[in-house]
Design a protein around this ligand. Structure first.
Ligand code: SF4
Length: 329
C-alpha cells in the first residue's frame, strides 16, 4: 500500500479493523516477540521549559537529582544480570552532563558490557557532540519531535523551532546512529490533520524507532487545565505508524500504561513491539514525573520484568532477550 492509501484506509475504517490490519503487519515482520529496553532516568535537571513537561526548568516543585557515574554503572550491571541487553540513558537537557562527561560513562558501559546496546535520550546537542558520543560507544539516540506542526512546536517549546529538532535528527543519522523519534498524542491545539502529519513525518524520517504516548496534563505545568484525550487516539496512532512503518521498532509506552491500566497491552495489540521497563533506582523514580499518575514507581526492576512478562503472556506475546537492533529499512 502507498502512504496515501494507508492514510485513506486509516480515515475510513473503524478502530477495530485498523488494529487488526496493523497487528497482521506486526506479526508478519516482528512475530510474537517483544523487545525490552531498560530505562535509566539519570538526571531530571533540564535547561528547557517545554510547557507540557513535569520536569521543565520552571517547575520548582520538582526535587532535582542526578545519578553519579557509579550509580549509573551499577544500574546497568543490575539490569544486565537480570537479562537486559539494551539500556536507555535518559535525562533532561542537563548542562552538568556535557557530552564529554557522558562520553566517559558511555565508554565504561561499552567496555563493561560489550554485547549490550547503549541508547541515549538526552536532548538536542551539536553534531560534534553526537559524533563524540557515538565514538564512545553509543548505538542509538532517541529524540522525539513531539509535534510536526511548526507553530504548535514553537508554542510548546518556548519558541524553539521544529527545524532545530529536525536538524538534530539529521545530524544523528549522519553520525550513523540508529535513530528514534516520535510524538505525543492529544496535545492541546492538535488536530486530526496534525496527528496524521505526525505519523507521516516519522515515515519521512525513516526512523529505526518511533515512540508515541498520550499527552497527560501535569498539574504543575502551564497546561494543567488542558483536556485529557481518550487512550483510543494513541491506539489508533500506533496502528497507523505500524502500517506506515512495518519494520520500525515501536514501544508500548509507560504513559499509555499510566493513562489506561491496559494501555501497553493495547498498544502491543495495535502494532507495538517494544517495552521499556524502568530500572532507575527506586529512590529517584518518583522525581522523574513528566506527567501525573506515572506507573512503575515503587516496583524493583526485577518486579517490573516479571510483571511485563506476565502481561505479555496474557495477550499471547513473549519477551525476547537480546539487543533488538534496528531492522534494515
Ligand atoms: S520535554 Fe525534555 S527538553 Fe523539554 S523540559 Fe522536558 S525534559 Fe526538558
Amino acid at each position: 500500500m502507498t502512504k496515501e492509501s494507508i492514510i485513506d484506509f486509516y480515515k475510513e475504517v473503524d478502530t477495530e479493523t485498523l488494529i487488526v490490519e496493523a497487528a497482521k503487519v506486526c506479526q508478519k515482520v516482528h512475530g510474537n516477540g517483544v523487545w525490552l529496553r531498560g530505562l535509566i532516568e539519570f538526571s531530571n535537571y533540564c535547561a528547557q521549559d517545554c510547557l507540557y513537561c513535569g520536569i521543565r526548568r520552571s517547575n520548582n516543585k520538582v526535587t532535582r537529582y542526578r545519578l553519579n557515574e557509579k550509580e549509573i554503572l551499577e544500574t546497568v550491571k543490575s539490569g544486565y544480570q537480570q537479562g537486559l541487553r539494551s539500556f536507555v540513558l535518559q535525562s533532561g537537557e542537563d548542562p552538568c552532563f556535557q557530552a564529554s562527561v557522558l562520553a566517559g560513562i558511555v565508554e565504561k558501559i561499552r567496555n563493561g558490557f560489550p554485547n549490550a546496546a547503549i541508547v541515549l535520550s538526552c536532548g538536542v546537542k551539536t553534531e560534534e557532540e553526537y559524533r563524540l558520543l557515538k565514538k564512545a560507544g553509543a548505538d542509538r539516540y532517541l529524540l522525539r519531535f513531539e509535534t510536526s506542526d511548526p507553530a504548535l512546536h514553537a508554542k510548546l517549546r518556548g519558541g524553539i523551532p521544529l527545524e532545530r529538532r529536525l536538524k538534530a535528527l539529521s545530524d544523528l543519522k549522519e553520525a550513523d546512529y540508529q535513530v528514534g523519534s516520535g510524538y505525543m498524542v492529544g496535545l492541546p491545539g492538535e488536530t486530526e490533520k496534525i496527528r496524521i502529519q505526525n505519523a507521516l513525518l516519522c515515515a519521512k524520517l525513516e526512523l529505526d524507532m518511533a515512540g508515541i504516548g498520550p499527552f497527560i496534563p501535569n498539574p504543575d505545568t502551564p497546561l494543567n487545565e488542558a483536556k485529557q484525550e481518550d487512550i483510543i487516539l494513541t491506539i489508533r496512532a500506533t496502528a497507523l505508524l505500524r502500517l506506515l512503518m512495518p519494520k520500525t521498532h515501536i514501544p508500548a509506552t509507560t504513559a499509555a500504561g499510566s493513562l489506561d491500566k491496559f494501555g501497553r497491552e493495547k498498544m502491543i495489540l495495535a502494532g507495538a513491539n517494544v517495552l521499556m521497563p524502568n530500572i532507575t533506582p527506586i529512590a529517584y523514580r518518583k522525581h522523574y514525573l513528566l506527567y501525573p499518575g506515572k506507573i512503575c514507581i515503587e516496583e524493583s526492576g526485577e518486579q517490573c520484568l516479571g510483571c511485563l512478562a506476565l502481561r505479555m503472556k496474557s495477550i499471547g506475546r513473549e519477551i525476547q532477550s537480546g539487543r533488538g537492533d534496528a531492522l534494515a529499512l
